[in-house]
Design a binder for this molecule. Structure first.
Ligand code: ADP
Length: 253
């Protein structure tokens, strides 16, 4: 007679499959919840400029003819809020479409990209931006996205400070490090863990006045991660902020 052994291998395999399946369901649920949160945050954020536009349009309707002085103010507010909505919808589309993740990468030099962006923003803001960029460093990436990353970090540094801004790109043992430093208002310790979250702004009133959307840093993080890099922030209130992005270095093509 042949003894029948329980097929323990098969049982283990089934248990493994069950665990994988549960893990997949958890990931799907988490993703779904994130999407729901994004949609609800997005509609909430878009409502604010719409409310401003609507109330100024009402004001124009009621008073525009007999009080010409309200016209300029209303037109200015409507136009700047419409502009902000446009920027927000563009950024939301970029985040939702995953375009930052699925783009072709080739050898690129972050030095000239950060340096050019710094020069352009320095002109746009009429403020000095000091640049110390190693032009020889090469990473695997996409130039347009790197430009957007540089733009987001340098523009924030200019927006949230009134003094000089410094930009550096350096090669090191760990890879290529790009930093953007300002001596501006800084970020409180309790806000630091959230600043890369979508729509998170430390001070909504102030950032609204400076035209913020709260999406810039989440896009910066997504671009960094799609380049296999890491983004890190150090900041002290009233003293300033440094954003550091570290990319793996690529052999010269
Ligand atoms: P925003 O469009 O509001 O600038 P971001 O996602 O780019 O959105 O930044 C999120 C928040 O992080 C900003 O609203 C601001 O409060 C804070 N922040 C970003 N960069 C800086 C900086 N260089 N100095 C101080 N605060 C900053």
């Amino acid at each position: 007679f042949k003894k029948i052994e329980p097929d323990t291998k098969r049982k283990d395999e089934l248990a493994d499959m069950g665990r994988t399946f549960n893990h997949m369901i958890d990931l799907l649920r988490e993703n779904y919840e994130k999407q729901q949160q994004f949609v609800s945050d997005a509609s909430h954020e878009l409502k604010t400029p719409l409310t401003v536009i609507d109330s100024y349009a009402q004001l124009l309707k009621r008073r525009g003819r007999d009080k010409p002085e309200v016209v300029d103010e209303a037109v200015e507010a409507i136009s700047s809020e419409a502009q902000r909505m446009k920027e927000m919808t563009n950024q939301m589309l970029a985040l939702a479409s995953g375009e930052n993740r699925a783009v072709e990468k080739e050898p690129v030099r972050p030095g000239p990209v950060f340096a050019d962006t710094a020069r352009q923003l320095s002109v746009a803001y009429s403020r000095p931006v000091h640049v110390d960029a190693d032009e020889t460093a090469v990473i695997k990436g996409n130039e347009l996205q790197l430009k957007q990353l540089a733009y987001l970090l340098i523009e924030n540094a200019l927006k949230y400070s009134s003094e000089d801004v410094s930009v550096s790109v350096k090669r090191g043992a760990d890879g290529v490090t790009c930093t953007v430093t300002d001596k501006g208002i800084g970020i409180a310790e309790e806000d630091l863990p959230y600043i890369f979250d979508r729509f998170y702004r430390v001070d909504k009133a102030r950032t609204r006045a400076s035209g913020g959307t709260g999406l810039g840093l989440s896009i910066a993080k997504e671009i960094t991660e799609s380049h296999e890099g890491r983004i890190h922030v150090e900041s002290k209130l009233e003293q300033g902020t440094t954003f550091t992005v570290l990319f793996p270095e690529e052999e010269e093509a």
